[in-house]
Every structure is written in C-alpha cells, then in structure tokens.
Ligand binder design. Structure first.
Ligand code: SIN
Length: 558
C-alpha cells in the first residue's frame, strides 16, 4: 500500500514527537514506530534534561562542561547553540504539560539536580521518571493533532533514495542523493507499505542492543544508522559508545538504570568490603565524567574478580530518597533491595552512542531531504563523550531546528515532480517462507552481543578489535547465506541492522589510533591531538548511476 505525507518521521521518542508537533503546523506528518508508540528510549530516561536555569549558572559554564566532557571533539558552534536554546525548549515542554519538579526556593522555577561532569545543578527532572513524563505529554499532544498520524507496529526496512552521479566526461565528480520516503513493514500482519514524503526524519534512537549488557530497551537496534549507511549517508564517531557506570546488577533486572542523579545526591561507589574507591581515579570522585567512572568500575571488578560494585546512598534520609527516587526505590524493593538501607549492586552497561548520522545545524544529513535527530544523529554536540542529560536537550533543539527548516522549504518541495517509485525490492520468498531456521537469528544475536561486549567494550586493544572485525564479517556472511531459509520477522530485520552497526562501530574503533573520551585502547593509551582531533567518518561506496535511478538498498541483501 502507498501513503503520501508531507513529512515522514521514523521513531516516536522525544525527537520524533517534537519534530512532528512543530512540523504539523505546516503539513501532514506520519510517525511510524516499530512497536508501541511509548516503547522508546526516551520513555526510560530517568535523570532529566540539562539546561541553564539556576541562579549561580551561566551559558558559558554549561558550554565549558560540555566541551570538557567531549574531550576535544565537540563542535563549539553547535554546543553554544544547543546550550543557549535550552531554557526555551524546557519551557515549551512544560507548556505541553510535562510535570517537572518545581523548586521550593522562591524565584527559582524548577528543582535542579546534579549529575557527573556538571559544575552546577542544572538537571530539570520529573522525579526519576523524566523521560516517561515527557513521552506521555508529547504523545498526548500528537494524538490530539489532526495533522499527525501515528502508525504503531510499523518497522522501517529501508529508505527510498534517488541517486544521481554528476559526471565530468566519464568520471563521476559528485553525487546527489535525494530521499523520497521509506519502505515499511507492518507487523504482525507482515504487510509492506511505501511511505512517500517531501522530507524524511530519522529519529530511531540508539543501538545499545549491540552489547550484551545495556540500559537500552529492546527497540534500540540501530535501525536508523543502518538504513542511513545503506542509503549512502555519512556516519561519524561510532567508536564513542558511552557505558553508563551504574546499571542494576540482579538476575531479574533487565536493563534497569540507577540514575546518575543518585550520585548527584551523594551516592558513593564502594567495593564488596564497603571501601569507596573513586578518589583513586579522579578528583571529582563519584561525579567524574562517565567514561572515567565506568573505567574505574571495570578496573575494580577485573582486579577483585567481583561481579559488581555497589552504590551506597543509605546515609540520606529514607523519606527523602523515597520521594526523590520513587521509581528506583520501588523497582529495587521489588527485587529485595531497600535502597534506604542496602547498597545497590551495580555494573556498567552500554547506554548511549555519541556518534551517528552526520547532520548540520538544521538536522540535515548528507542526503537531500533526509534529516536525523536525537541519538541516531551526530550533530557535534557530544564529541568523544556526552555530558549527562545533554541528550534529551539535543533532541529537542534539533527537532525544532529541522522542523523550522522543513517549514521554510515545504512549498517549494511540493512542486517537485515525484519520480516513479519501484516496489520494495524485498524478495517475496521471505514473506512466504515456511521454512524455519529461527535458531540462526537467536544464535547470531547472542554471538554479536557477546563479541561486542568482550572485544569492543570499555577497554579495547588492537588485537581484540581486529578479531572482532573478522568475526562480525563472518557472522554477516552466514546470515546472508541462510537468508532464504528464514521467514521475515522483526528479529531478522533487526539482526541485519544490528550486525551492520556492530561492524561500523568496530571499523571506527580500528581507525582511531589513540585514546580519547569513551574510546580507550591499551595499545594507544594517549590522546593524539595532532593526528586525531577529528571525527571518524564512515560512508558506503556510492552507487554510481548517471540516470538518477530511484531505489533502495535492500536490507536483506547488504
Ligand atoms: C541517568 O539518569 O543517569 C541518565 C542520564 C543520561 O544518560 O543523560
């Protein structure tokens, strides 16, 4: 079935919803999301949104903290723009009805928490469930907007891109790629759809599921990164994977984060014997940047052989803890841990990918009419390491900028002739396949996630990265060989995307011969500002076709 909208948004987290709400003032918007509309990484964000709203705070301080975290790779113009836009975007969210905690101090609008790397209290929050509060308010607004149509259980397979090679004589000197929409699979009905739009906005979030242990929900399989790469867009800095230092360590806790705000309220990391260890690693101790805290925990665990360390906040008033962290308190209690009395067992886990699809100040990718916003984008804000709670801020700012940019151009875009769009190149055999080799999917998911955790984790070496590349290429080949025997499913599509993203992360990590921010390689332990103060770019070789052929790279063939 074919659908035509002005704007196609892929993903229903804060980035997609914020874009849609602004763009809907100028045209029709389809939001496609692969599961339930609330099943997004935004929904699980606990800490909050960083913004300059405190009396002792200033834009230069937030800018400086962001640049320090980014370890030389942030784009300063982008940092400045995002930080300065923060207060307006926060007030917009409050106007949508997000119930941020208000400050008891007269003259101060919001209660402001502290997280690692911040020199001031500046985290606006809704208790410890900020993301959920934001998601609910924005979904409510989107559902009540007649220009926005939300399609749940619609999984994006690939982008529809028109490729032009601009030639001088017989040599292609430049390429032009124009995005016209996406092929979408409706599940569980397994119906294929073609969504056409004047602008497509990837808001597909991160790729935490590429690692064995992650704070991310199951949907974080890097689909947007994989689709953009296959379509020929530039991606950058994928080696900078942020490991959150404190995920709950318990056999029955899946992906549960213990917010950095707990350390912001005085929580201390201790070992099994009760000894605090962060002073050995950094003067800021438990509130050092995340890469430092995660590496310190990794070192402690490797030295002691223990399975976890502990986060102790038992010195704070129990009633205060129950009100400040109701979600964490309840979740831990259900698992037999009373955070007012017991130290919380924690381990680091993959949390956020700082790199992504390269975008400019308007959220534009290197393909015409394709935008990327949120975790899937690489705007230049985070550099080599993201400052805590800067991600929801970034998503809101670039959703705003890209929607304004689209609004300016939509009249002109509507006049363009739409090329003939071919049917989705998906081999129909997959839709009708009755053979069942589902074990291939489960097995390869598991292998990829272990491989990435063991060889491409918090501490890397050249040898491990080379081994990882060899293995991931074999795995991708095996998947391709066995495809005809596997019926089409979400898991299969996600496996393909995840395997590709894993390979891209490894390739970026191999390229960077230094240690900086979140990329730590024992064979190159120092930062090299002469050779490596630059982004790591990966891009698929161009499809060379002078005729301007419209097509999509087939997810199930790459
Ligand atoms: C947290 O609550 O610790 C997560 C905040 C973030 O990742 O920015």
């Amino acid at each position: 079935m074919e659908h035509q909208f002005d704007f196609l948004v892929i993903g229903s987290g804060i980035a997609g919803l914020s874009f849609a709400l602004r763009a809907a003032r100028h045209g029709t918007v389809a939001i496609v999301t692969k599961k339930d509309k609330l099943e997004t990484s935004t929904n699980y964000a606990q800490g909050g949104i960083a913004s300059v709203l405190g009396r002792d705070d200033s834009f230069p301080l937030h800018i400086e903290d962001t640049l320090n975290a980014g370890d030389g790779l942030c784009h300063p113009d982008i940092v400045e723009h995002v930080v300065r836009s923060g207060p307006d975007r926060i007030r917009e969210l409050a106007d949508y009805g997000v119930p941020f905690n208000r400050s008891p101090i007269e003259g101060l609008e919001f209660d402001l928490g502290r997280e690692g790397g911040h020199s001031r209290n500046r985290i606006v929050h809704a208790h410890d469930m900020t993301g959920q509060a934001v998601e609910k308010a924005l979904v409510h607004a989107a559902e009540n907007n007649s220009n926005i149509h939300i399609y749940e259980n619609h999984l994006a397979l690939d982008l529809i891109v028109e490729h032009f090679a601009i030639k001088a004589g017989s040599i292609a000197v430049r390429h032009r790629d124009v995005c016209w929409g996406a092929y979408i699979l409706e599940t569980p009905r397994m119906e294929l759809h073609t969504f056409l739009a004047h602008a497509v906005v990837l808001c597909t979030g991160g790729a935490g599921k590429v690692y064995l242990y992650t704070s991310n929900p199951d949907v974080a399989t890097g689909d947007g990164l994989a689709m953009a790469y296959r379509a020929g867009a530039c991606l950058a800095n994928l080696e900078f994977v942020q490991f959150h230092p404190t995920c709950l360590y318990h056999p029955h806790a899946k992906n549960f984060l213990i917010s950095e705000a707990v350390r912001g309220e005085g929580g201390r990391l201790i070992d099994r014997r009760g000894k605090a260890f962060m002073e050995k690693y950094h003067p800021l101790k438990d509130l050092a940047f995340r890469d430092i805290v995660a590496r310190a925990i990794d070192t402690e665990m490797k030295q002691s052989g223990d399975d976890c360390v502990f986060l102790d906040i038992t010195h704070r008033d129990p009633d205060y803890l129950k009100t400040r962290f109701p979600n964490i308190y309840q979740k831990c209690l259900l698992l037999g841990i009373d955070i007012t009395r017991d130290p919380i067992p924690v381990v680091p886990a993959a949390h956020y990918i700082c790199g992504g699809i390269v975008t400019d100040g308007f959220g534009r990718t290197t393909l015409e009419n394709l935008y990327a916003v949120g975790e899937c984008a690489c705007t230049g804000l985070h550099g080599a390491n993201r400052l805590a709670s800067n991600s929801l801020l970034e998503a809101m700012v670039f959703a705003h900028e890209s929607a304004l940019h689209c609004a300016e151009h939509i009249q002109q875009w509507r006049k363009r002739p739409v090329p003939e769009i071919p049917a989705c190149p998906l081999p129909m055999a997959h839709l009708n396949s009755t053979q069942s080799e589902m074990v291939l999917i489960a097995h390869n998911w598991d292998i990829i996630r272990r491989l990435m955790w063991n060889y491409v984790g918090i501490v890397r070496t050249d040898k491990r990265l080379e081994l990882a590349l060899t293995h991931i290429r074999q795995i991708r080949m095996e998947i391709r060989e066995h495809l005809p025997n596997i019926p089409l499913s979400n898991d299969l599509v996600e496996l393909q995307d995840l395997a590709l993203v894993a390979e891209l992360i490894i390739r970026c990590a191999i390229q960077r011969k230094e240690s900086r921010g979140l990329h730590y390689n024992l064979d190159h332990p120092r930062k090299d500002d002469v050779a490596w103060r630059q982004d790591t770019i990966v891009r698929r070789r161009q499809v060379e076709d002078p005729r301007g052929v419209v097509g999509a790279t087939n997810n199930l063939q790459t």
